[in-house]
Design a protein around this ligand. Structure first.
Ligand code: NAD
Length: 490
């Protein structure tokens, strides 16, 4: 049986146990059994991390020495490269990634995103000349200076932890901020490695800190409420995102939120590749635990029966080829934990109760192991007002909704509290026109890839505020300061 190395906190340049030596078990989603131990941070540890990050921002040259931080971030990247195997093991045994999904969604995608940040770094604007203007009898020259915002709390989820941790930590460091990374309780190792490798890279004390614990809220809430933290960058559920806004309000915290989704893929009746367009929505990869997955499939009434038959065949073709931890071909494993398994099964029951038809799957699969296995599942005859069409399930459950015409498809896609991603497939001009009317942060036309480290990603509506990745992702961590002076003084 695999045992992961102990996950240690990283505070003020020290890899540390929690105060009092408290630990908690990291549970494998595959077996339901402990697979490692993690430090269980106390309030004292979180306080120490905040003090360290504040001190490193206020009293060192980290925020002003761009060359130094670029060199360190590059060195850090090389150390992550050298640890690919360990990163892969964490994705499998902490996050429950199947071997066939490890590289794509976890290791290569995440490290590729890091490279993208480094590639776009040159395009960050640090100063902008706004020209001269007369006022009060003299002329002033006005220049905007873009400065790091300060201490950043990066609070992240368990589904693609390396990718999200990189999305926040690397951008904040490049911007000149200091960071406290707070990974989810299920995936502490994917956070702890940021401390281990920061130590090896030689970052100044306090520039990067990593805290985690069994209590999902303790460290996050402390940081959200603390006036010494300037910005909270959060990825996770919409419910917690709202709480962060509420709890950050008394200190007018800058918040950046990447939240849930219920994205729609619209397949048009004139799709050149109807079967492929339908099959690419099979919600199997990483057991459907992706925020931007297209979990509502919208097909025209005129081709609904055909779509059903295609899906039936597609899922039958997949058969039982999922859920084996040692099979490199498998792209789907368990869901993350018992609570999530119960939640997904609860939604499957709800779908039946709401009158949707189960086309495939729908059951827990304890025969696959003592972990948290649920079958790839598809509901058809779904209407958009059903809860299974409105709420984020975050599991391998696809819902298929019929529509009458283009207007109806757009209406259904937009009748959602969320607005993270989506897709339209069909003749190009028609699909483009529709894509422009969908109220989401990204849309793939004819399966165009709209998620990558060099372009901005984020949500409309309840899917979030702000953008991560790309130049915009680094600029999220900057403040604008205008400096003006009389021209004669120049
Ligand atoms: P979650 O909201 O429960 O937890 C996310 C993080 O917030 C964890 O680190 C958790 O410990 C912490 N947290 C919990 N309560 C907190 C509080 N009161 N104050 C501060 N921090 C708190 O989400 P999850 O279950 O870990 O992840 C699943 C959710 O994340 C899904 O809704 C999914 O859509 C979303 N997600 C979104 C994106 C995106 O980019 N939009 C990416 C991945 C996951």
């Amino acid at each position: 049986m695999t045992t992961l190395p102990d996950a240690k906190l990283f505070i003020n340049g020290q890899l540390r146990d929690a105060t009092g030596g408290r630990t908690y078990d990291v549970i494998s989603p595959w077996t339901g059994a402990p697979v490692g131990k993690a430090a269980d941070a106390t309030a004292e540890d979180v306080e120490a991390a905040i003090v360290a990050a504040r001190n490193a921002f206020d009293n060192t040259d980290w925020s002003t020495n761009k060359e130094k931080r670029l060199a360190l971030v590059k060195k850090y990247r090389e150390l992550f490269e050298a640890n690919r195997e360990k990163l892969g093991a964490l994705a499998v045994h902490e996050a429950g990634a199947a071997l066939g999904a490890v590289d794509k969604a976890h290791v290569s995608m995440a490290l590729g995103g890091w490279d993208d940040y480094l590639a776009v770094f040159d395009r960050v604007v640090w100063e902008k000349d706004y020209g001269n203007k007369f006022g009060y009898g003299y002329e002033s020259k006005r220049v905007a200076h873009y400065e790091p915002v300060g201490v950043v709390a990066a609070i992240t989820p368990w589904n693609v932890p390396l990718y999200v941790n990189i999305g926040k930590v690397v951008a904040a460091l490049l911007a000149g901020c200091t960071v406290i990374l707070k990974p989810a309780p299920d995936t502490p190792g994917a956070g702890a490695i940021f401390g281990e490798l920061a130590k090896e890279a030689g970052f100044p004390d306090g520039v990067i800190n990593v805290v985690f614990g069994a209590d999902p809220a303790l460290a996050g809430e402390m940081m959200v409420k603390d006036p010494r933290v300037d910005l909270v960058s959060f990825t996770g559920s919409t419910a917690v995102g709202k709480r962060i806004m509420e709890q950050g309000a008394p200190t007018l915290k800058r918040v950046f939120l990447e939240l849930g989704g219920k994205s729609a893929k619209i397949v048009l009746d004139d799709s050149q590749n109807f079967a492929m367009d339908v099959l690419t929505t099979m919600l199997v990869f990483h057991a459907g635990q992706g925020c931007a997955v297209q979990s509502r499939l919208l097909v025209p009434e005129s081709r609904y029966e055909e779509a059903k038959a295609i899906l039936k065949q597609g899922y039958a073709g997949l058969g039982d080829n999922w859920g084996d931890v040692s099979n490199p071909e498998h792209i789907m494993g368990p869901v993350i934990n018992k609570r999530q398994l119960e939640r997904v099964l609860g939604y499957i029951q709800l779908g039946k109760d709401e009158g949707a038809t189960l086309l495939h799957g729908g059951a827990a699969r304890p025969d696959k192991g003592d972990g948290y296995f649920v079958e790839p599942t598809v509901f058809v005859d779904v209407t958009n007002d059903m809860r299974i069409a409105q709420e984020e399930i975050f599991g391998p459950v696809l819902v298929v909704i019929p529509y009458k015409d283009d207007e109806d498809a757009i209406r259904i896609a937009n009748e959602s509290a969320y607005g993270l991603s989506g897709g339209v497939s069909g003749s190009f001009d028609r699909a483009m026109k529709m894509a422009k009317r969908i109220r989401t942060g990204s849309v793939g036309v004819n399966n165009g890839m709209c998620i990558a480290g060099d372009i901005p990603f984020g949500g409309y509506k309840a899917s979030g505020i702000g953008r991560e990745w790309g130049v915009e992702g680094i600029e999220e961590f900057l403040e604008t300061k205008m400096i003006a002076y009389p021209v004669a003084a120049a």
